[in-house]
Ligand binder design. Structure first.
Ligand code: ADP
Length: 254
């Protein structure tokens, strides 16, 4: 067995003395999809942001592909990484937010091509070529010249996914990628994420879409109040939850 791609051990995080992550343990194997479920305020987004170093953690450790996130460990002591080293770690991780956050003054194609040029120093021609391939992959091959405002929310979110993929990440994090969309646009975004999963992309997806979690997740993790209440295959956690808190949450969703 190879090591998991993501390993979080006893991760804690507080905001203004309020502990929102109270010792999270979580593992994601390469090629696996983990769906994080749980009521609003349970710490799901904070956890994703910690994995991507948009937030620092107060305690515990997170490794991605064997690298300790945010720190170097020497002689049993932890040293904070330099900004440059943190940026290098972050480049390996793609993140898709609830709101699409596209650059409004750039076309869809330019949005996707931008980071490889700016961050990786790829040639503009090569980056645009790959961006076109990625737009094809998310079903928007013919919308490359459109600006975000000319696209539907579902299309914008698919561009955002293509943009994250352009950096060739080892891991994709999705933070409620469909919750800002009109209901009729949810399916097209989930279909793209499902296809990515089918191609073996490792991902953590915060979602309230139960049918997606059931169908696509290898592991479902139910969080509440900053702890993992239960985790396992969807058939178990969604189909036959063991904890009252999970049962209550699932009943409310129905
Ligand atoms: P979820 O994604 O499960 O809805 P969050 O991770 O967004 O939960 O939030 C967990 C808790 O942390 C909430 O009480 C939220 O208000 C608080 N929180 C999140 N981000 C911040 C922040 N930047 N500053 C202060 N409190 C925050």
């Amino acid at each position: 067995m190879s090591d998991p791609l993501v390993r979080a051990v006893n991760v804690t995080k507080s905001f203004h003395h309020q502990e929102v992550l109270k010792g999270i343990d979580l593992e994601v194997d390469t090629g696996q999809v983990v769906c994080l479920l749980g009521p609003s305020g349970s710490g799901k987004t904070t956890f994703l942001r910690c994995v991507n170093q948009l937030e620092g953690i107060d305690g515990g450790r997170i490794w991605v592909d064997g690298d300790l996130i945010g720190y170097a460990e020497r002689n049993g002591k932890l040293y904070k990484l330099k900004d440059k080293e943190i940026a290098a770690q972050r480049r390996e991780i793609g993140m898709v937010f609830q709101r699409f956050n596209l650059f409004p003054h750039m076309t869809a194609l330019e949005n996707v091509a931008e980071a490889p040029v700016q961050v990786k120093g790829e040639s503009r021609a090569a980056a645009r070529h790959r961006a076109q391939e990625l737009l094809d992959r998310v079903g928007l091959g013919d919308r490359g010249t459109a600006y975000p405002a000319q696209l539907s929310g579902g299309q914008q979110q698919r561009v955002a996914i293509a943009r994250a993929l352009a950096m060739q990440p080892k891991l994709m994090l999705f933070d409620e990628p469909t919750s800002a969309l009109d209901p009729e646009l949810v399916g097209e975004v989930l279909a793209v994420i499902k296809e990515l999963a089918g191609e073996g992309m490792t991902m953590i997806v915060v979602t309230h879409e139960m049918s997606f979690a059931r169908e696509v997740a290898d592991t479902v993790v139910f969080m509440d109040g900053g702890v993992v209440v239960e985790a396992g295959p969807p058939s178990q956690v969604i189909g036959d939850p063991q904890h009252q808190r999970t049962k209550t949450f699932l009943t409310r969703l129905r």
